[in-house]
Write a protein that binds this ligand. Structure first.
Ligand SMILES: NC(=O)C1=CN([C@@H]2O[C@H](COP(=O)(O)OP(=O)(O)OC[C@H]3O[C@@H](n4cnc5c(N)ncnc54)[C@H](OP(=O)(O)O)[C@@H]3O)[C@@H](O)[C@H]2O)[C@@H](O)CC1
Ligand SMILES: Nc1ncnc2c1ncn2[C@@H]1O[C@H](COP(=O)(O)OP(=O)(O)O)[C@@H](O)[C@H]1O
Length: 305
């Protein structure tokens, strides 16, 4: 089975989505991202996602992680607000701000399925109670791939609560099996089928990333580099897309812009460090170059050049 695939968006239309802050904004109005991430086994994934999120413009990034990951996350960057994930209550209004600022949640970077009940409970409660846009990544995708996960995803879709999934090939195979989808589809058709089955926007990652929305549209993002094929780069991507969701972009625009910025950052890092030496830790530092690379042609257009 094949589906039509739209090409990568041009720089000018991606640049138009960049959420540069208004002069009179504040940290809450810019966008508040709750990152439920980082188990005792994988505290680094929470740090990498937080790096992507803060550099991609979230005004307030709050990390809820395992108690045993707290020291690592707190020591990573002074700007991060880190709390034990037992303090995560997705149905309660947030502290800080006036309560109606834009928000989003990313869940699952560095979830360890061996932790079982604790992380499964966090995901299911978040699917049920979190009203704002929600991105599910990493170990939480394996937990979503279950009858309860499918049911709660369908309930979110029925209530019009946005859901975005960012699986790599292995995670996509688990999601497909849980939804009884035939495994022999090509990547664009698989992304479209997962989007339908889970009522979610899906960014199926790989050397080419396919972004499928809930209406059956699929677009490709093929600006990446093999330098990105290293552990932790997907965690950075989840943070970037989550920050864009928190700044008010729709799931499909956040995925398209986030994947393009991530790919451009990978290319800028490769130019500076070589394809061999780029690590996930480097990526967020190359996001400013990626923003400039997308924005530059738009600025040139605006000046009639
Ligand atoms: N620093 C940290 O803290 C880090 C923490 N991390 C966290 O670790 C957790 C587990 O995530 P994970 O991705 O490492 O393991 P898992 O989900 O079991 O997938 C691997 C299996 O899938 C298969 N596979 C098929 N296609 C594939 C593809 N395109 N890309 C990749 N794999 C593909 C592959 O098959 P194979 O290639 O072996 O045939 C293999 O069997 C998660 O919470 C994550 O956030 C990581 O982000 C790293 C940095
Ligand atoms: N060969 C490649 N070319 C371009 N991009 C790649 C390549 N391999 C991986 N990537 C990108 O790197 C990221 C890897 O994400 P993921 O597999 O979730 O890593 P992790 O779980 O270790 O964080 C994705 O954005 C993917 O599109």
């Amino acid at each position: 089975m094949t589906v039509p695939v739209a090409p990568s968006r041009p720089n000018a239309s991606l640049a138009a989505l960049l959420p540069f802050p208004a002069a009179d904004t504040n940290k809450y109005r810019r966008g508040h991202l709750s990152l439920v991430a980082g188990s005792a086994a994988y505290p680094g994934a929470a740090c990498l996602a937080a790096d992507g999120a803060t550099r991609a413009g979230a005004g307030y990034t709050e990390v809820f992680c395992a108690g045993k990951a707290l020291l690592t996350v707190r020591g990573h960057r002074p700007s991060l607000v880190a709390r034990d994930w037992r303090a995560w209550h997705p149905g309660r209004p947030s502290r800080g701000g006036n309560g109606d600022h834009p928000r989003a949640c990313v869940i699952g970077c560095g979830f360890d399925t061996a932790e079982g009940g604790a992380t499964a409970g966090l995901l299911m409660e978040t699917l049920r109670a979190w009203e704002a846009p929600l991105l599910v990544d990493g170990g939480a995708l394996g937990l979503l791939a279950s009858p309860t996960g499918l049911r709660l995803a369908a309930e979110r879709a029925a209530k019009g609560r946005p859901l975005l999934l960012t699986p790599h090939g292995g995670e996509a195979a688990r999601l497909a099996a849980a939804a009884s989808l035939a495994p022999d589809r090509d990547a664009p058709a698989l992304a479209a089928a997962l989007a339908r089955a889970y009522g979610a926007t899906v960014a199926l990652k790989g050397p080419r990333t396919y972004i499928a929305d809930t209406r059956g549209n699929v677009e490709v993002m093929d600006r990446g580099t093999a330098a990105l094929a290293k552990a932790g780069t997907g965690d950075v991507l989840a943070g970037i897309i989550g920050a864009l969701l928190a700044q008010g972009l729709s799931p499909v625009d956040a995925a398209a812009l986030g994947c393009a910025l991530h790919a451009e950052a990978g290319r800028a890092a490769e130019a500076a460090l070589s394809a061999l030496c780029v690590t996930a830790d480097d990526l967020a530092d190359f996001l400013p170059a990626a923003v400039r690379a997308l924005a530059a042609p738009a600025a040139a257009d605006a000046h009639g050049q």
